[in-house]
Each structure stands twice: as C-alpha cells, then as structure tokens.
Design a protein around this ligand. Structure first.
Ligand SMILES: Cc1cc2nc3c(=O)[nH]c(=O)nc-3n(C[C@H](O)[C@H](O)[C@H](O)COP(=O)(O)O)c2cc1C
Length: 207
C-alpha cells in the first residue's frame, strides 16, 4: 500500500496514551522537521512550535484543556502558536520573508503589493489576523500527525481548551503569539476507536 495512505489509516485521534512510552529524540526531530517544512500562504510561516517535555508544565496545563488525559499521558505535547503580530503588509517581517526569494527589488515590491491587496480584500475584512495564521497552523498540524503516523506514533489534535488559560499557564506573550491548536503525541494503549467517515460520493464531486 502507498506509505502515505498507510500512515493515514494508522492515524486516529488517540484518547488513551501509554504514559510509560516515550518518543525518541530522533523521531521527535523528524516530526518537527515535517512541521517546519509545512507550506503557508505566501510563505509567511507565522507560527511557532512549543514542545512540552516537562511533566510539571503538562500537569498545570491539563485543567485548561478540559482535563483531557492526553495532555499528561502522552509522550510530548506540541502547542502550535500563531504569530499574528507580524503579518501586516507594512511589517519588516513580511518584507524580509519576500526578500528571501532573492528577487530584484522591483519584484519584491510587486510581491508585497500583491500580498497587501490580497490581505486587504480577502483576509482582513472577513477574519482576524489570528484566524488567518491559525489556518496555516492547521496545515502544520496535519503534517505533524501524518509524520508521526508514518513512524507508528500516535497523536491527538486538541482544540478542546480555554485559550486564555493555556496562554497564562505557558506564560505566552500574547502581543506576539497566540495559541492556535495543540497536539499530543505518543503511543496508544489499547485499540483504535472505530473510524467513521462520510461516503466518498457524498463529499467528493468531479466537475
Ligand atoms: C482541530 C481538531 C481538534 C480536535 N480536538 C479534540 C480534542 O480536544 N479532544 C479530542 O479527544 N479529540 C479532538 N479532536 C479529534 C476529533 O474528534 C477526531 O479527529 C474525529 O472525531 C475523527 O476521528 P479520527 O481522528 O479518530 O479519525 C480534534 C480534531 C481536530 C481536527
């Protein structure tokens, strides 16, 4: 079977992790590299991956995450932070990001103008800066889960949390970063829950 399909079939939202089993540094490094390689709109990479190793911090975090046991029983927790503070078209960060392409100045300026027009018309009027960055963070989330699954490592994406409380516990400077989504990683205890999916013909249309 195709390796990606196999990984996607292995992956499920793991509810019960084995607290005794830890992910090796090499495997964690590979998963984080897959996060880093994730695409983002205009290549903005307005994110950060906060890896929680410490049991103490995870114990403190759990009540802010609906007391979900995955927070403390998994091997590692990655908190994916959105970075809305840098995405404004006038921001030096945006210019620097486009300059990485190594294009002549007039092309860099044209890219920034295109970015500004897109953000002013399609993004800023309809969603918050945080929401736009979070959309990108979810791409990294998917890659993290698929990368983990390819190593037979289980994961659980976690949106069940009180955002402000999580930011307080982790001492996040919210003028720079905000929590987008969390993912717990480790090894399952027991069987995978049955998978439920809609029928192909109900959700895929070819035109
Ligand atoms: C963004 C996101 C947030 C989620 N948050 C939680 C969560 O807080 N706790 C939980 O147990 N499952 C959470 N889930 C898991 C979903 O309930 C699960 O993916 C869905 O029911 C499909 O099941 P499967 O992933 O096992 O195939 C989340 C999934 C996603 C994609």
């Amino acid at each position: 079977m195709n390796a990606v399909l196999e990984a996607l079939q292995f992956r499920h939202a793991c509810k019960k992790f084995d607290p005794e089993k830890k992910i090796s540094d090499a495997d964690l490094g590979m998963i984080l590299e897959c996060a880093r390689l994730s695409p983002s709109s205009f290549g903005m990479e307005a994110w950060k991956f906060l890896v929680l190793h410490s049991e103490g911090i995870r114990k403190k975090l759990r009540p802010a995450c609906w007391d979900q046991p995955q927070i403390t029983d998994s091997s590692h927790v990655i908190v994916i932070l959105a970075r809305p503070s840098v995405i404004h078209p006038e921001s030096p960060y945006v210019r620097k990001n486009f300059e990485r392409r190594g294009l002549p100045e007039e092309m860099t300026s044209a890219y920034i103008d295109r970015y500004k027009a897109h953000m002013d018309v399609e993004v800023f009027p309809v969603m918050s800066d945080y929401a736009w960055c979070s959309k990108q963070c979810y791409i990294a989330l998917a890659n993290i889960m698929t990368a983990a699954a390819s190593l037979r490592i289980d994961s659980c994406p976690i949106e069940g949390f009180e955002k402000q409380q999580v930011e307080q516990v982790l001492d996040i400077d919210t003028s720079t970063y905000q929590v987008a989504v969390i993912v717990a990683l480790g090894y399952r205890l027991g069987e995978q829950t049955p998978r439920r999916r809609q029928d192909t013909r109900d959700i895929i249309e070819h035109i």
